[in-house]
Write a new protein. Structure first.
Length: 193
């Protein structure tokens, strides 16, 4: 487990050291890559996240989704089921609050919750990844629990998003880790085995 902690700290530090210009360029390149993706073109309900801790900024892509008439959903900490996420509709006028991790999320409104099985794509944040689709998150296990049975969902397709500097040779896996079928960075699209 110490390897995972050290790797998490190292990659987070790399990500946080990216300059504002590097972040903007990465966001622009990622958006170009995403808007040409076949699965994204056919999707109507897309779950994303708002950048935190040096993650890729997704607002440019979110605005493109809105212009295309796609519904955008953001993760919200489940109020009754600790360690789990809900996905709430995110619109330009959504009321936002900070959760107990200090991450901005839509204010809970049960009428705006989208069940996981109705999402087409879920973009997952990650701290580090390798070419097999193994991902290392922030350590809370929220996305591992969310994606535990993603193949059983009707149309759900998870895609990890990361800066290129977050790729490592090998993630030290744990039994609960859920590998991703695809990871996209500003400069590459990795279809994982």
């Amino acid at each position: 487990m110490d390897k995972r902690v050290a790797l998490r700290q190292s990659i987070r530090a790399k990500r946080q050291q990216l300059s504002r210009t590097e972040q903007i360029n990465a966001s622009n390149l990622l958006t170009q890559r995403l808007v040409s993706h076949n699965k994204i073109h056919s999707a109507t309900k897309i779950a994303l996240y708002l950048a935190n801790d040096g993650e890729l900024e997704l607002m440019l892509f979110i605005k493109w989704c809105w212009q295309q008439g796609k519904q955008v959903y953001l993760p919200v900490l489940h109020p009754f089921c600790s360690g789990h996420l809900l996905f709430l509709l995110f619109e330009e006028n959504s009321t936002m609050i900070d959760n107990h991790y200090g991450i901005s999320e839509p204010k809970l409104d049960v009428s705006k919750v989208c069940p996981l099985k109705q999402l087409d794509i879920i973009f997952t944040p990650l701290v580090a990844f390798d070419s097999t689709g193994a991902r290392l998150g922030m350590g809370g296990g929220f996305y591992d629990r969310t994606l535990a049975n993603w193949q059983a969902q009707h149309n759900l397709y998870p895609i990890g998003l990361a800066h290129d500097c977050q790729q490592v040779k090998k993630i030290p896996n744990q039994s609960w880790d859920i590998p991703l079928p695809e990871i996209i960075t500003p400069n590459q699209r990795i279809i994982c085995n």
